[in-house]
Write a protein that binds this ligand. Structure first.
Ligand code: SF4
Length: 272
């Protein structure tokens, strides 16, 4: 029988992954834990973030963890930030909220004012919404937290999974990030990359937690109520629960003359 020494290996080993595939990554994670690196649990309030945090807590000492949520304001499902905070609080972890200087709708309106000749909304290939509203603010807040608490090595943990899309399936599960500099070294780690959706819900249930209520409405994903890549079902759920927000998106689609969703079908039509 194979002996598993590294806690990261023990965690991934639960899901029957060949140890040869995860040895290198597991060893790197073990070294980073021993070095006292800061593990950042990115938490959208969605099921994948929730399951990832449950698993990280089995591996990483609480004193080396922080939970961070990028607030999307009125654009995100109500309760998402609260769920992330409650999970962090229950585990005794620090919780940081990263806020952008503008909302997604403000970003779109400004882009239209500056360059009306190009599509005003983010697209799957040019996701300024992710970079400007989530990634940038999160990195800024994490740098601040790491500096204040003496961490020089940061492991940015994301709950992305291979089963979500071909693009995500190709992502490396552990890598050094280009934003590393002379002050801090950053790594990116995808601890639940190989989990399937039922594994995610099982992990949440086994820990005695509940996922966000939008999943019980039938949502596949959670973050913005109306995502540029959202499924019809998710958009319909969002429209039924948040008609005022739908009206704001619709008004901006009409004002800019561009559609929000990557299908290029107007949101009103998609969500009806
Ligand atoms: S949930 Fe969708 S629309 Fe919202 S920031 Fe993420 S990719 Fe952009």
């Amino acid at each position: 029988m194979t002996s598993i020494k590294c806690p990261a290996l023990a965690f991934q080993g639960q899901y029957g992954l060949p140890l040869s595939e995860i040895d290198e990554e597991g060893n790197a994670i073990r070294d980073l834990i021993e070095q006292g690196a800061l593990f950042v649990s990115n938490h959208s309030g969605g099921k994948d973030s929730q399951a990832m945090l449950i698993r990280l807590l089995e591996i990483v000492p609480a004193g080396q963890m922080v939970v961070v949520h990028a607030s999307l304001g009125d654009m995100e499902w109500p309760g998402a930030m609260e769920l992330a905070q409650e999970q962090a609080d229950a585990a005794g972890l620090p919780f940081i909220v990263a806020r952008a200087s503008k909302t997604l709708l403000e970003m779109v309106a400004r882009r239209f004012e500056n360059r009306p000749e190009v599509p005003s909304w983010p697209s799957a290939s040019t996701r300024q919404c992710t970079s400007d509203l989530k990634r940038g603010p999160i990195q800024r807040e994490v740098r601040r937290y790491a500096k204040a608490n003496g961490f020089k090595v940061i492991v940015n943990c994301l709950g992305l999974r291979a089963a979500e899309s071909p693009g995500r399936a190709k992502r490396r599960t552990f890598s050094k990030m280009g934003i590393s500099n002379s002050v801090s070294t950053w790594y990116e780690w995808l601890p639940i990359h190989k989990l399937l959706t039922p594994d995610v819900f099982r992990a949440i249930d086994a820990d005695g937690q509940m996922p966000h209520y939008a999943y019980s409405l039938g949502n596949d994903r959670l973050s913005c109520v109306f995502c540029i890549m959202g499924s019809r079902g998710d958009l319909r759920n969002g429209a039924a629960r948040h008609p005022e927000l739908l009206a704001e998106y619709d008004a901006l689609e009409r004002h800019t003359g561009y559609t929000m969703h990557m299908s290029r079908i107007p949101l009103m039509e998609l969500s009806s």
